[in-house]
Every structure is written in structure tokens, then in C-alpha cells.
Design a protein around this ligand. Structure first.
Ligand SMILES: Cc1cc2nc3c(=O)[nH]c(=O)nc-3n(C[C@H](O)[C@H](O)[C@H](O)COP(=O)(O)OP(=O)(O)OC[C@H]3O[C@@H](n4cnc5c(N)ncnc54)[C@H](O)[C@@H]3O)c2cc1C
Ligand code: SF4
Length: 492
């Protein structure tokens, strides 16, 4: 235990964010760079090195949190980084983007603010990169086996890195023009600057992983032929089928899926556009859906200069305290204020959209543009949301983004049919405890198998599927033991 009295003498301090007025004028990460550096070792010293570290099971990766907290407390950043990488390929992603279910499982959190695990994690990895301690780890010998990974999000990257390091020849196929999946096109720059992905991809290239962008398996290459060409295939294609809102007026201009809106803002930052083809500038924006994707639309709309931003959620506003049915150490559904919410806008709970009202079509337009959104308050009764009579109203809505979640893997591009993959009842690729699908030699990891989830789970599953592949190819594997697909740990 680093500091036996740390949790008694030191209070929790989290990374400082830049002032709202300053940060909404740019796209850089919202945190003040290095703001925690002077105190991070003391923060790590609050860790009690518990006999049973519940944070391990809170983290889907099983990160060895007390071990690296101890090294961080002592200022041994190299050792801390080595322990961190023992379970996590990409701590710079999770350290910035994870909702940190480890912290809600921290034993100190029972009666005091939890250890700032996520902030310690990101500090360790940032320092390791700065010190040049994160270097390529090419395999000592090649196995002669080949693996294709379909999709370059966190699941595909983690699987590819593990398999390359195990000596297999790995090619990652990505339909987008850049590597990273939702980390690249979806999650805004202000949550994670894309230079972090580029740096990892360079490391992976130096280790021997090959990347093929702009290739959609199923469309550009027949998936069954891909299977024949490689000794194994990992499907890490995400759960990209977005849920729609089939209400009157949905066909109006100005109503877009969040994932048609957010990537364009990412592309402006990449230098592909001077201005985004869909922009919130000067518009009344309504975001439908209260999750991460919705919050990202809110923050993006603020930066584009929206006239107003309203976020709608059908569920009631969660409580600020842990609900009774979600005691420590589970991950509770509490009211969260993200950096995007700090920046303004209104959040409206317990409402449902009834229809959209539009302007008359202009010459050459088949339909007009959305102008208002009609909503009604709802109550949850007898297992369904019922409208509350007399609560109908309309709000201005000139740009509407739909952020209502995803319903599984893409079924339109031929990938599923050409391989003959079985899907489960939720539209995800079915798999067994070793992440193997019904097709011999084809494995699945991340959102494609799990359904829409988190980066930390995608990395955990990519690592686990890699072990399944390695075992199939070589008969045994020294890669870390998998997390079972059914194992929800304490996490979301
Ligand atoms: C807007 C948004 C914000 C989010 N914010 C957070 C957050 O802050 N924290 C968090 O933990 N989680 C967040 N999530 C969830 C998280 O991003 C996902 O759970 C995670 O990225 C899933 O990783 P994955 O590798 O399984 O899939 P993805 O990241 O979706 O990557 C799949 C990749 O496969 C490619 N692909 C698909 N089909 C094919 C094909 N046939 N051929 C070739 N390539 C193909 C896709 O183009 C994509 O690049 C967010 C999700 C969204 C949508
Ligand atoms: S990956 Fe997420 S859950 Fe795991 S230690 Fe980091 S912040 Fe916590």
C-alpha cells in the first residue's frame, strides 16, 4: 500500500476543465493539459490496496488498478505503464473516454469520494508516451498463420495488436477512409484528439499489422472469399445500425441520424472539409436521445454556433444519488453532467416526439425543412410509456439529430449473409464463450457481438477473441485469459 494514510489525509481532486467560454471556440480536448500533474501521485496514494480490490471486477479489462496506483504514488511511471499495458492495449483511449465503472466499485467510494482511477490511468500513459516508453513490440518469430480483422474500432485494433504480437500476420480491413471506428468518426475531437489514434496506429504498423482502408467486406470483397484467403477472421464491425424514429414528418429535411452528423464534424477537423455539410450554425437544434451519442451532438452543436440546443429523453431524470436497487459496487444509473452539458443547452426528460412540422418545400425540393418538433410528456405505466393528456407542445427545431441507440451489426452490406453468420435475438452476431461464431474460423468481438457498449468492453473483447483465434491456430495460447461474453462483471 503506497500511502497508508493517503485516503485519510487527501481529498479527491479531478482533472480541471478549460473555461466554457474558451473551449466552445475550439475543438481541443476540454481538459487543461497536465492540470493534475502536481497532485496525481497524492491522488494515487488514496488507493487503499484493498484485500479484495472490487475495482478489478468493476473494470471490464480487469485493470490491475492498485498495482499501478502504487507505482504512480512512488513516481515510477515506467513500471506503472508496464502494469497498465498488462491488461489494456490502449489506456489513452479509456483514460479519456471510459465512464469508469471501476470508480463506482472502488471500496473507498462506500463512504468517501472514490479514487480518481481514470485520471491516474491517463496520466500514466501520457507520461509513458512523452518519455518514449511506449515502443513497438514486434513478435520474435512469425507463426506463418494469417488473420483478417474486419473493422478498426477499439475491438478490431485490440484483437489485431494481440494477434500480431503473438506472431500471426494480421490485416485490418476498414470501410472508412481512416482507422479508428467510432473513436475516429463519432467521438468528437473535444473528447479525444485523434492524434492519440494516429500514434497507436503507427506503433501497430511498426509491429507488423497491415491496414487496408476504404475496403468494405461484403461489398468490395466477398466475405466468404476473405474467409478462404485467411486462416481466421475476426468480425469487429461494430453495431452500426441506428434506431430510427418513424413518426409523421420524419422525411423532412434537417432530420439526421447522429452518426450522419457527427462524423462530418470529425472530418472538418481532419481537414477534409472547410465547413461541415450539415451544421448547427445559427439553428435551433434538438437532439433526441440522452446518452453518450446525444451528449456528443450537444457539444458539437455548441461549437458550431447553434442558436439553441435542447436534448430530449424519454426516461425520467435519474437521481443524483445511487438508486436503492443499484447499491455499491454496481454501476449506478445516476444523473450525469458531461462536459457538453456544462456548456449549455436544456435537457428535457420524460417526453416523447409525436411528429415534426416543416416549412413548405421550396422550388426543386420534394419536402420542406423541419421547423418544429411536437412532443408530449410521458409516464411509464404497465410496462410502456403513456402520453400524459394535455401536455402536448411544440418547440423550434431546425436541425434534429436522432441519437436513440443502435440495433446491431450492419445487415445491408453482405457481410452477414456471405459468411452465413447467425445473429442473436438482438441483431448481434451470435458467439460462444470463446468468441467463436457458428462459422468455423470466424470470431466476433466488440459491439458486433455484444451490441452497442463501451470502448473498455470493446478492447476487452478484442483481447479475448484474439486468444480464441490464437488457440484455434496454434492449439494453445499464452495470450491473457478471456472475459466471457456473458460476464457482465460489475460494469455497465
Ligand atoms: C457518438 C458516440 C459516442 C460514444 N462515446 C463513448 C464514450 O465516450 N465512451 C465509451 O466508452 N464509449 C462510447 N461510445 C461507444 C463506443 O464508441 C463503442 O462501444 C466502441 O467504439 C465499439 O467498438 P467496436 O470496435 O466494436 O466498433 P466500432 O468502433 O463501431 O468500429 C467498427 C468499425 O468497423 C467498420 N466496419 C463495419 N462494417 C465493415 C465492413 N463490412 N468492412 C470493413 N469495415 C467495416 C466500421 O466502419 C467501423 O470503423 C460512443 C458511441 C458513439 C456512437
Ligand atoms: S478502463 Fe475504465 S473501468 Fe478500467 S480502470 Fe480505466 S477507467 Fe476504470
Amino acid at each position: 500500500m503506497a500511502d497508508p494514510k493517503g485516503f485519510l489525509t487527501t481529498g479527491r481532486e479531478v482533472a480541471e476543465t478549460r473555461p466554457v467560454d474558451e473551449r466552445v471556440k475550439d475543438w481541443n480536448e476540454v481538459y487543461v493539459p497536465g492540470s493534475l500533474l502536481p497532485v496525481i501521485s497524492k491522488q494515487a496514494g488514496r488507493c487503499m490496496d484493498c484485500g479484495i480490490p472490487f475495482c478489478h471486477s468493476g473494470c471490464p479489462l480487469g485493470n490491475l488498478i492498485p498495482e499501478w496506483n502504487d507505482y504512480a504514488y512512488r513516481g515510477d511511471w515506467t513500471a506503472a505503464s508496464e502494469r497498465l499495458h498488462a491488461t489494456n492495449n490502449f489506456p489513452e483511449f479509456t483514460g479519456r473516454l471510459c465512464p469508469a465503472p471501476c470508480e463506482t466499485a472502488c471500496v473507498l467510494g462506500i463512504n468517501q469520494p472514490a479514487v480518481t482511477i481514470k485520471n491516474v490511468e491517463v496520466t500514466i500513459i501520457d507520461k509513458a508516451w512523452e518519455a518514449g516508453a511506449v515502443t513497438p513490440q514486434p513478435p520474435e518469430r512469425l507463426s506463418g498463420k494469417t488473420v483478417a480483422v474486419v473493422g478498426s474500432g477499439p475491438a478490431g485494433l485490440a484483437a489485431a495488436q494481440q494477434l500480431t504480437r503473438a506472431g500471426h500476420t494480421v490485416a485490418v480491413y476498414e470501410r472508412a477512409d481512416r482507422i479508428g471506428g467510432l473513436l475516429r468518426y463519432g467521438i468528437p475531437e473535444f473528447k479525444m484528439e485523434k492524434r492519440h489514434i494516429n500514434r497507436r496506429v503507427e506503433q501497430m504498423r511498426a509491429e507488423g499489422t497491415k491496414f487496408r482502408t476504404g475496403v468494405e467486406i461484403g461489398r468490395d470483397i466477398d466475405a466468404a472469399k476473405l474467409r478462404k484467403r485467411y486462416d481466421a477472421v475476426v468480425i469487429a464491425a461494430g453495431a452500426t445500425t441506428a434506431r430510427d424514429l418513424p413518426v409523421p414528418g420524419r422525411e423532412l429535411g434537417g432530420i439526421h441520424q447522429a452518426m450522419d452528423y457527427l462524423p462530418l464534424a470529425n472530418k472538418v477537423q481532419e481537414g477534409d472539409y472547410v465547413a461541415p455539410p450539415i451544421t448547427a450554425e445559427g439553428k435551433h437544434v434538438v437532439v433526441i436521445g440522452g446518452g453518450d451519442t446525444g451528449a456528443d451532438c450537444v457539444g458539437t452543436a455548441h461549437r458550431q454556433g447553434a442558436a439553441s440546443v435542447t436534448q430530449l429523453e424519454i426516461m425520467p431524470r435519474p437521481s443524483e444519488e445511487r438508486p436503492e436497487g443499484q447499491p455499491w459496487p454496481t454501476y449506478p444509473m445516476t444523473y450525469k453532467v458531461t462536459s457538453a452539458h456544462e456548456e449549455g443547452g436544456e435537457r428535457v426528460y420524460s417526453v416523447s416526439t409525436t411528429h415534426f412540422e416543416g416549412t413548405a418545400p421550396e422550388e426543386g425540393q420534394a419536402v420542406g425543412n423541419v421547423a418544429f418538433l411536437h412532443l408530449v410528456e410521458v409516464e411509464f405505466r404497465d410496462g410502456r410509456f403513456e402520453p400524459v393528456p394535455g401536455t402536448e407542445r411544440k418547440i423550434p427545431a431546425e436541425l434534429v439529430t436522432l441519437a436513440m441507440g443502435f440495433t446491431g451489426v450492419d445487415r445491408d452490406n453482405g457481410l452477414v449473409e456471405q459468411l452465413g453468420l447467425e445473429l442473436d435475438a438482438r441483431g448481434n452476431v451470435a458467439r460462444d464463450a470463446d468468441y467463436a461464431t457458428n462459422v468455423p474460423g470466424v470470431f466476433v468481438a466488440g459491439d458486433a457481438g455484444r451490441g452497442q457498449s463501451l470502448i473498455v468492453w470493446a478492447i476487452a473483447e478484442g483481447r479475448s477473441a484474439a486468444r480464441g483465434v490464437d488457440r484455434m491456430l496454434t492449439g494453445a495460447s499464452e495470450l491473457p485469459a478471456p472475459i466471457r461474453p456473458t460476464d457482465r462483471a460489475l460494469a455497465v
